[in-house]
Design a protein around this ligand. Structure first.
Ligand code: C2O
Length: 541
């Protein structure tokens, strides 16, 4: 293995898109940002220099940060932000990890534009479980906002109301011809007839889950969240933000120019969203360039079944080592709620349902980020910024048998707090994530830092231990799980990576509203079970 050095200058870049000029935040003057290439077990060193006025951090999404929690990146969880003019160097090893990852800002809504791909190849000589294709391409699915996203987050929180609608979906930053002024702002892949391509799909979007399809072409999923899967062939895939899926596609259709489409999956009732698809081109050598095939067929925006079909198709390539016995079995409700408006000028900032303020919670607790990083507070044994009483069941009564997704639990009065769950080293953990729906049920992409987990079960309605069916043989090993709208998902992992690990909804607005919590995983006995000391250049709050 080797060490790879990258220099990331966080800069603003003046860009014109959708007939609108703005300054966006990106790395080294390119958008999307630079790709990190590495091999399994490599050491990665990225020096960040913040040349913008915005506080920032970078998270290496999907990298498990084995014994390197200090470099994980979520602001106020493992570090204070890197302030204007400051530098910070991230250093970590890709222990037993390969596949498609991405990096993104983890503060405010900056990741709307501050993101890039992170590709890790197998060690030399280690074969792929499929015939290696002719070529590969990265497709970063994103969202583009004409307004400044940091201000947008602030304004949304202040209003108490619903999130803004994205101005466009994008493929590698390009919206495509369905949008204003974007006829030539199209991402294009040139293909040779008969050849097979590996597409590394990454949903780097902020607040939208998305379908992706290529007209007339089948996609074979071979990897999800940087772990191999059994090959599964489908017409389209769905990725929640934070998810990555590798697919193989063969250019086996009549020579032509085919459309690739990315459009919304929105299971929340009544929510406003952007309904225009981003379009790219999958263009055969020798095709007549001004003729595009019929648009790629995407499911309707609320097609829960299409999502389930993709999920049902995800199985680990081989039999895996799922914890069979459980030491900590936590039941966690997730969902949106409305809090009482405290404002003195009601109609100005109480624009949520029933003149309230939109919020979100896990087990009826809306997560408030502390003023200093949780990891630092834990490491230095500083009291006062968090409590260790995150409950293992919802605060409000939950009726396993008679509850319905839209009435359990009544979380309209979720509490605010920075409550964490402490896990002893080596705990075998099961989390039952139950979507609730005081406001509306919807699919939430829940992401866990520091680990991958086995998705052993999921279903619609309320989790019922009597009828739930678990796959302990070949469940997928993921880092982000879309908990079905009004349904549940069961995940398992072994808590053997010491540190403080954030778990949150990867829809950024839900994170802003408090849909998260954190785990403290304690040290074990040996050096290889102990969190190291913090680096000297750790930013201060
Ligand atoms: Cu991709 Cu906590 O994030």
């Amino acid at each position: 293995s080797s060490t790879r050095f990258y220099d990331f200058k966080i800069q603003t870049l003046k860009i014109t898109k959708l007939c609108n000029t703005k300054e966006l935040v990106t790395v080294n003057g390119i958008f999307p940002g630079p790709v990190i290439y590495a091999q399994e077990d490599d050491r990665i060193i990225v020096k960040i220099t913040n040349e913008t006025p915005y506080n920032t951090t970078i998270h290496w999404h999907g990298v498990r940060q084995r014994l390197s929690c200090w470099f994980d990146g979520p602001s106020y969880i493992t570090q204070c932000p890197i302030q204007a003019g400051q530098t910070f160097t991230y250093e970590f090893t890709l222990v037993n990890q390969k596949g498609t990852f991405f990096w993104h800002a983890h503060v405010s809504w900056l990741r709307a534009t501050l993101y890039g791909a992170f590709v890790v190849y197998p060690k030399p000589g280690v074969p792929y479980p499929f015939n290696y294709p002719y070529q590969e391409h990265i497709l970063l699915l994103g969202e583009y906002y004409n307004k400044d996203v940091v201000q947008l987050e602030r304004a949304t929180i202040a209003s108490g109301g619903n999130p803004p609608v994205t101005d466009a979906y994008t493929i590698n930053g390009h919206p495509g011809p369905n949008y204003n002024c974007s006829n030539n702002d199209v991402y294009k892949i040139d293909v040779v007839p008969g050849k097979t391509y590996l597409l590394r799909l990454i949903n780097a979007g902020l607040n939208s889950e998305n379908f992706f399809a290529i007209a007339n072409h089948k996609l074979t999923i071979v990897e999800a969240d940087a772990e191999y899967t059994k090959p599964f062939t489908t017409d389209r895939v769905m990725l929640g933000p934070g998810q990555t899926i590798n697919v193989l596609v063969t250019a086996n259709q009549p020579i032509g120019k085919y459309s690739m489409a990315m459009g919304p999956y929105s299971s929340a009732k009544g929510a406003a969203f952007q309904n225009i698809s981003a379009i790219g081109h999958f263009q055969y050598l020798g095709a007549v360039t001004n003729s595009v095939s019929l648009p790629a067929q995407l499911p309707s925006f609320s097609d829960n079944l299409a999502v389930k079909t993709v999920m049902d198709g995800l199985k680990s390539l081989n039999t895996v080592n799922v914890p069979k016995e459980i030491d900590a079995n936590l039941f966690i409700t997730i969902g949106l709620n409305v809090q009482k408006c405290q404002s003195k000028t009601p109609n100005q900032n109480c624009q949520g349902l029933n003149n309230g303020v939109m919020a979100a919670s896990m087990n009826n607790i809306s997560f408030i980020k502390p003023p200093i990083s949780l990891l630092e507070a834990y490491y230095k044994k500083m009291n006062g910024s968090f409590t260790e009483d995150f409950p293992g069941v919802p605060l409000k009564f939950y009726d396993f048998v008679n509850g319905a997704p839209n009435n359990i639990p009544n979380d309209t009065q979720a509490l605010n707090g920075t409550r964490v769950k402490v896990l002893e080293y080596g705990t075998r953990v099961q989390l039952i994530l139950q979507d609730t729906g005081t406001v509306t049920t919807e699919n939430h992409p829940i992401h866990l830092h520091g680990y991958s987990f086995y998705v052993v079960g999921y279903g619609t309605g309320n989790y019922n231990p009597q009828t739930a069916n678990f796959n302990l043989v070949d469940p997928p090993y993921m880092n982000t799980i879309g908990v079905p709208a009004g349904g549940w998902a069961a995940i398992r992992f072994l808590a053997d990576n010491p540190g403080v690990w954030f778990m949150h909804c990867h829809l950024d607005i839900h994170q802003s509203w408090g849909l998260g919590t954190s785990f403290i995983v304690k040290n074990g006995e040996g050096v290889l079970e102990t969190l190291p000391h913090p680096p000297a250049d750790m930013p201060r709050c």
